[in-house]
Design a protein around this ligand. Sequence first.
Ligand SMILES: [Zn+2]
Length: 288
Amino acid sequence: MMTPGFTGATLDRADRLRHDPDAFATALGDWRARLLKLENFEPELDSAGRMAWTTLADAPEGSDLLLLGLDGDKPCFAALTPDMLPPAGRPMRMFALLDQFAPGEAATYAAARSLLDWHMRHRFCAKCGTATLIFRAGWARTCPNCGAEHFPRVDPVVIMIAEHDGRALLGRQHGWPQGRYSALAGFLEPGESIEEAVAREIMEEAGVRVSDVRYIASQPWPFPSSLMIACVAVAEADAITLDANELEDAIWVPREIVRAVLAGEQGPFLPPPPYAIAFTLLTEWAKG
Ligand SMILES: [Zn+2]
């Protein structure tokens, strides 16, 4: 199977260092330690087109250093500064850079971006409202008032195609680029299994009843903290009842047409971009 976008990180996350303040201090003092270069949350590239790193001396005044992991034995960090603001939306410049990243670099970037964003959105204790402090090398926050510990969250999202008689159900949301169709998607709700969420979302958005949900692949999606869980489900019938709030249109596309469009041919829809798991999902389904 093709590697989904934002996966395949090569850094060792080095959980042991998070629990050992002495080892973490040693990593911070390591002359080989590297700092991920970010400009307003966007990655910078070096002259070789690789994701740019610098030394810890370049960390802004007053920043906290979060341990992303080890590259071999080189500790790698990201800097959290007090005046950072969570970025709004997904800048297109960054998506252009993604195509240039070496394998695994996008995954390291995704982890750094999600972790920084989580810190900015969780500066106060969810139990008592007191300002919290960073601990565990940047992978948790603790409350000095009530002692609660808070850890970075991941929000699961199901993304799926229903299949019926050799065709895939694809939808388009309002505001997408002209012609773009992709898999349907939605957040899991508390108390739901992946299979139940897949069936509910397809029923809600397209009025199609499905069964036999099967898992295909998953992908972190760092805008800000989703985990995309890609599935295929079998539709009982092909009549579509559209939820016009969620979708602008939905269509059934035969497997050979999906295959041709993914191969770059003109077709009835524009495919999702390669770094999106919908692309991985369609590619796997198109194989039959
Ligand atoms: Zn508290």
